[in-house]
Design a protein around this ligand. Structure first.
Ligand code: SF4
Length: 326
């Protein structure tokens, strides 16, 4: 018998260090999303169910399902709204034709377009009135892009998605041009595209700062502050949420793998293998309750030491439409 062999049962297993969980702040709901949800809730109180909502009020299934349970009916087009029913337009904004048609049909409509998106709409009108062709930086097919491009006559605005698109533009600097941007873009990508536009068209007009909203830029800056310390970043958000997708990109550009999740149930324990510091954030349309659900789920897999890393305080609040405040 070899008495020097260690007794496996007696070998102490080193305790696993707690998982450091860095939670980015600001994260989650922005003022535009808060306002849009409140508009639907107040419309339900005022008119009773059903209240129709054109397009997902904000890009979050949890929010949409919660409003459906209270009597909201989500449709994609106005012709799905019956005569006489109230209808709310989503936070992303709609082409001008939509409220015009709703008015012609005598519908009671409420506009939940985020005021920061409406501001871009007004800028688009002003630039066209000033005789300029608009180069709009945004993502093709996103409802905000469709809404903003629909503020001006067809042919008065062109979409630019990349620096390569800028090089391919068929204008000379003799054409009066202006640029505008979608509100939920990557701050860094947009800066590159604007720089390319200014280099090619030195007289191009544009806003003083891009129209990327405070919530989008704050959430990207908060991810930048934690990403390099983390081996993985979880972003709570929907696959069609532009600002959430940009948060994934921001982390990945800094070399940190990132996963977009909608709910805690999607988290696989193996994702945390080898992870000592995990980052967590949420897109502007994801409620805090989903953040807590994710923290709880991670706590079921590992012992967690939670820290909130705050890079900015947000105090923005937007007024409700007049019809709902009297
Ligand atoms: Fe408004 Fe920005 Fe929120 Fe979009 S992300 S609803 S533009 S505040």
């Amino acid at each position: 018998m070899n008495a020097s062999l260690p007794d496996a049962a007696a070998t102490p297993v080193p305790p696993q260090a707690p998982l450091r969980l860095l939670i980015a702040a600001p994260r989650g709901f922005c003022a535009g999303v808060d306002r849009a949800i409140e508009i639907v809730e107040r419309a339900l109180e005022r008119y009773g169910a059903p209240v129709y909502v054109r397009h997902e009020i904000v890009h979050n299934r949890f929010v949409v399902d919660g409003l459906k349970a209270k009597g909201a009916v989500f449709v994609e087009e106005l012709d799905q709204v019956p005569d006489g029913a109230p209808v709310v337009f989503s936070a992303h904004g709609v082409p001008k034709l939509v409220p015009q048609t709703a008015t012609e049909r005598g519908l009671d409509w409420l506009d939940a377009t985020c005021p920061l998106v409406s501001k871009v709409h007004r800028q688009a009108e002003r630039q066209v009135e000033a005789g300029r062709h608009i180069l709009f930086i945004g993502h093709k097919g996103h409802p905000e892009v469709i809404g903003t491009m629909g503020q001006v006559p067809e042919g008065a605005i062109s979409l630019v998605e990349t620096v390569a698109d800028v090089h391919a533009l068929d204008f000379t600097d003799a054409t009066p041009l202006a640029f505008l941007t979608q509100t939920t873009l990557s701050v860094d990508d947009t800066a590159e595209i604007v720089a390319a536009l200014r280099a090619r068209f030195p007289t191009i007009a544009g806003p003083k700062a891009e129209d990327i909203c405070y919530a989008t830029s704050n959430r990207q800056a908060a991810v930048k502050a934690i990403a390099e310390e983390c081996q993985l970043l979880l972003v709570i958000g929907a696959p069609n949420s532009s600002n959430s997708l940009r948060l994934v990109e921001v982390a990945e550009r800094l070399g940190t793998p990132s996963r977009l999740i909608q709910r805690a149930s999607e988290i696989e324990p193996t994702w945390l293998d080898g992870v000592t510091t995990l980052g967590l954030t949420a897109g502007a349309s994801a409620p805090e309750v989903l953040v807590r659900e994710v923290v709880q789920r991670i706590g079921e897999i590992r012992t967690v030491a939670e820290e909130t890393i705050t890079t900015a305080e947000e105090k923005m609040v937007f007024k409700l439409p007049r019809q709902l405040v009297d």
